[in-house]
Design a protein around this ligand. Structure first.
Ligand code: AP5
Length: 221
């Protein structure tokens, strides 16, 4: 199965992708995590991505697509993937279709997680993460030990782009564009779920949507 999670910053894509990946065995690929890893390594890609991420802007398509296609080419992506944070626009969606098609795969379902703006700002401002991608919230899902990841024991930190000013810009400018949502709706692959509800209720809706998936192998165009 190849699944795309769409949603504004803070909708819960990363949180839910991690749970779905654990339950289904799908590989979780998050372009934001790939960029943050590149920043940590101090690579050329990381330096470029950092300047955009700090401003709350999208990294240019050519760079992002190249990084994503390279990741899909690894053998561990053959068994199925849940994509988190990619695609952000129709150009990226078409590039993803082409890349999957070259491996004999196609996107089976796109799930849009909807959450109102005021809730997004509260979620991002209270978010704490670990370097291995595990996600917490100071009020909604605190770790058992303050500042320490329950899963891997690493120290938690707040993302640079979760500063109040950047959060507002991301929430205003990084909602999934209408033509991207339409791209999947036209193919009959779109589900929308209400992401404002409790974690486990959102997970239940997501798992229900995935149960109706029948693998698709044709190219959409
Ligand atoms: P990325 O890391 O993808 O960030 P994002 O899309 O802005 O999404 P977030 O990770 O902020 O939020 P999320 O939806 O995963 O929510 P989460 O589960 O953490 O991208 C970062 C940057 O990288 C971009 O700005 C851009 O520069 C670049 N980039 C990445 N992909 C790109 C691309 N394809 N093209 C170009 N540039 C790209 O949850 C948020 C908080 O809410 C957490 O604290 C969580 O505990 C809490 N929470 C979650 N669910 C619930 C719930 N149901 N109830 C209460 N609290 C909840």
């Amino acid at each position: 199965m190849f699944i795309v999670l769409l949603g504004p910053p803070g909708a819960g894509k990363g949180t839910q992708a991690e749970i779905v990946s654990d339950r289904t065995g799908l590989l979780h690929i998050a372009t934001g995590d790939l960029f943050r890893e590149a920043v940590r390594k101090g690579s050329e890609l990381g330096a470029l991505a950092k300047s955009y991420m700090e401003r709350g802007e999208l990294v240019p398509d050519d760079v992002t697509i190249r990084m994503l296609v390279e990741r899909i080419n690894h053998p561990d992506a053959e068994k199925g993937v849940i994509f988190d944070g990619f695609p952000r626009n129709v150009v990226q969606a078409q590039a993803l279709d082409d890349a999957l098609f070259s491996h004999g795969h196609a996107i089976d379902r796109a799930i849009l997680i909807s959450v109102p703006d005021e809730e997004l700002v509260a979620r991002l401002s209270g978010r704490w993460v670990c370097p291995n991608g595990h996600i917490y919230h100071a009020l909604n899902s605190p770790p058992k030990r303050h500042g320490i990841c329950d899963i891997c024991g690493a120290e938690l930190y707040q993302r640079d782009d979760d500063k109040a000013e950047t959060v507002r810009r991301r929430v205003e400018t990084q909602r999934p564009p209408a033509d991207l949502v339409q791209y999947y709706a036209r193919q009959g692959k779109l589900d929308e779920i209400d992401g404002k509800r409790r974690f486990e209720i959102v997970t239940r809706s997501l798992m229900q949507a995935l149960q109706t998936v029948t693998p698709s192998v044709s190219h959409p165009t």
